[in-house]
Design a protein around this ligand. Sequence first.
Ligand code: FES
Length: 151
Amino acid sequence: MNQRYDPKVLALICTYCTYTAADMAGSMRLQYPSNVRVIKLLCTGKVDVLYLLEAFRSGADAVMVSGCEIGDCHFLEGNLRAKERVAHARTLLAEVGLEPDRLEMFHIGASDAPKWAQTVDMMTRRALELGPNPLRLRAGAEQTKELEVRT
Ligand code: FES
């Protein structure tokens, strides 16, 4: 494990369930890694495969999508659609040589603050074990080269 590596974990979460759990985790002062950056969505059904791929292209080391429990989605099947899209995006990640485990779908209910904290902790540990997203390293190297050419 690289001690100097500080993973970036992106969480795309629905406002009705997982965001409420995350908010409650804060109120309960539950401890979890500060590596997570949250994007709140009305429903995980809004998640598109392109958003997921763009997150990795932009340098996320791990991405988690989390919505309501199965059967609790306020838009009926949004979380089921998200689950399918995440599964599809995982196969695309594998095709381009990225570990599919960098991406995962979760279902965290509104009252399950501890599960939110545990899931963020788990995804951060996983990102640490997998190491930095190679796309981020490549983008950083290209940026350095560009700067060297300019100077
Ligand atoms: Fe939460 Fe659809 S409203 S996943």
